[in-house]
Design a protein around this ligand. Structure first.
Ligand code: 5GP
Length: 184
């Protein structure tokens, strides 16, 4: 019998580099599968068309009704949800989501591993948000929301990784993943 997939949940405030870390983790670990979320948010300029499944609210709500999400949450006015994961055999599941969603995942899968990725400073976080073209009012909102996410995230996370450098953060997460795989 193949082992049940592990669920690794990466949380952390916007501008922490979760997306970049997730991408590098996939490059580094062939047995990791990234779940693609649904969102009602509009695509950002320059954002990859497959960054999310972009849907309207009606379509999102219909998917909620039919039990299609492992978790979903509203974040700054938009809905985001993780479809019930169907990874290829032999793969573990990586989720890159916000805090409320991580709490729901833990309720349904108490064995999930929650890793909080923290920015080295609020300045670094704001700079990263500006760099990807977020308007200034979003930057201010997201930094404030990030403060709350860091505090609450520390309460539920099994591990905290500070993203000083992408390579270092990725190596730390791979170490955590390795230890979990050996335990199962
Ligand atoms: P963004 O709009 O910056 O792409 O994402 C906003 C927040 O939603 C980020 O913290 C991101 O991790 C989170 N997010 C992305 N996909 C999901 C999801 O499927 N479920 C939940 N709960 N949060 C998500």
């Amino acid at each position: 019998m193949p082992a049940e997939p592990l669920i690794i949940v990466l949380i952390g405030p916007g501008g922490t580099g979760k997306g970049t870390v997730a991408e590098r983790l996939l490059d580094a670990d062939e047995a990791l599968w990234l779940s693609r979320s649904w969102t009602t948010r509009s695509p950002r300029e320059g954002e990859a068309a497959d960054a999310y499944v972009f849907v309207d609210r009606e379509e999102f709500e219909a998917h909620v009704q039919r039990g299609g999400f492992l978790e979903w949450a509203e974040f700054l006015g938009n809905c985001y949800g993780t479809p019930v994961p169907q990874p290829p055999e032999g793969h573990d599941v990586l989720l890159e989501i916000e805090l409320e969603g991580a709490i729901q995942v833990l309720e349904r899968r108490p064995d999930a591993v929650v890793i909080l990725l923290a920015p080295p400073s609020e300045e670094a976080q704001a700079a990263r948000l500006r760099g990807r073209g977020d308007p200034e009012e979003h930057v201010v909102k997201r930094v404030a929301k990030g403060r709350e996410e860091l505090a609450r995230g520390q309460e539920i996370a099994h591990h905290v990784v500070v993203n000083h450098e992408v390579e270092q953060a990725v190596a730390e997460v791979l170490g955590i993943l390795d230890a979990r795989r050996q335990d199962r």
